[in-house]
Design a protein around this ligand. Structure first.
Ligand SMILES: Cc1ncc(COP(=O)(O)OP(=O)(O)O)c(N)n1
Ligand SMILES: Cc1nc(C(=O)O)sc1CCOP(=O)(O)O
Ligand SMILES: [Mg+2]
Length: 209
């Protein structure tokens, strides 16, 4: 499976009040190729229910579901996983989820973290934040030079995250990002129709690149 295109990430605040499934479906209709379930609560029953519903939706659109932080939930559903530097062992997650699972790793703004993640079995490496992020204001800053360096040295898809908008995504794609991970610029839309058209516009950037 090709890891390229729009990578939509859910947000509990933006997708409250029954918006999770309709807004995610709109993003998938608009062409999102990966969908990350990012839920920071500890309500395990609701997390399981929502993740199962998202897995079924992603299957209908031939998109890949990634669970943030929670290797056990990813294993239970047989889907992908994203791990940050504080979220547990990548090698252990690879052993748990198997060879084919998509596993991503947060590498902040550091090439050495990317090289380690790749050695431990990461399917893609994620750098960020690139721009001011409404969702995670304090994240360390990454640069387009880092994308170029990583592309020259590493052979896995590169994901760019953090404050990415329709205006800023083209530079990232031109400099080597094959996945653009977006929360606010996608899911802050006032309606599902707007989410779909934003997703379509992000996805179109990859056709012209
Ligand atoms: C695609 C992608 N990139 C980076 C992150 C951030 O992961 P992490 O540093 O573990 O922070 P949280 O998202 O868990 O708050 C991500 N989730 N997805
Ligand atoms: C979850 C996350 N991780 C980041 C990192 O830099 O690792 S930035 C970020 C938030 C991304 O959301 P938005 O598109 O709203 O800025
Ligand atoms: Mg994390």
């Amino acid at each position: 499976m090709k890891l390229r295109g729009l990578y939509a990430i859910t947000d509990s605040a933006l997708l409250a009040d029954g918006k999770l499934l309709p807004y995610v479906e709109a993003a998938l209709r608009g062409g999102a190729r990966l969908l990350q379930y990012r839920d920071k609560t500890h309500d395990q029953a609701r997390r399981l229910r929502e993740a199962e519903a998202l897995r079924d939706l992603c299957a209908r659109y031939d998109a890949t579901l990634i669970i943030n932080d929670d290797a056990e939930l990813a294993a239970r559903l047989g889907v992908g996983l994203h791990l940050g530097q504080e979220d547990g062992s990548l090698s252990a997650a690879r052993a748990l989820l198997g060879r084919k699972a998509v596993i991503g790793a947060t590498c902040h703004a550091r090439l050495d973290l990317a090289e380690t993640a790749i050695a431990e079995g990461a399917s893609y490496v994620a750098f960020g934040r690139f721009f001011d992020s409404m969702t995670k204001p304090g994240a360390p800053g990454a640069t387009v030079e880092l994308l170029e360096q990583t592309r020259a040295r590493c052979n896995v898809p590169i994901c760019a995250i953090g404050g990415v908008t329709l205006a800023t995504a083209p530079t990232l794609i031109a400099n080597g990002a094959s996945l653009i991970a977006v929360i606010h610029a996608l899911f802050s839309a006032p309606s599902a129709e707007d989410v779909e058209s934003r997703a379509r516009a992000f996805s179109a950037l990859f056709e012209s690149a």
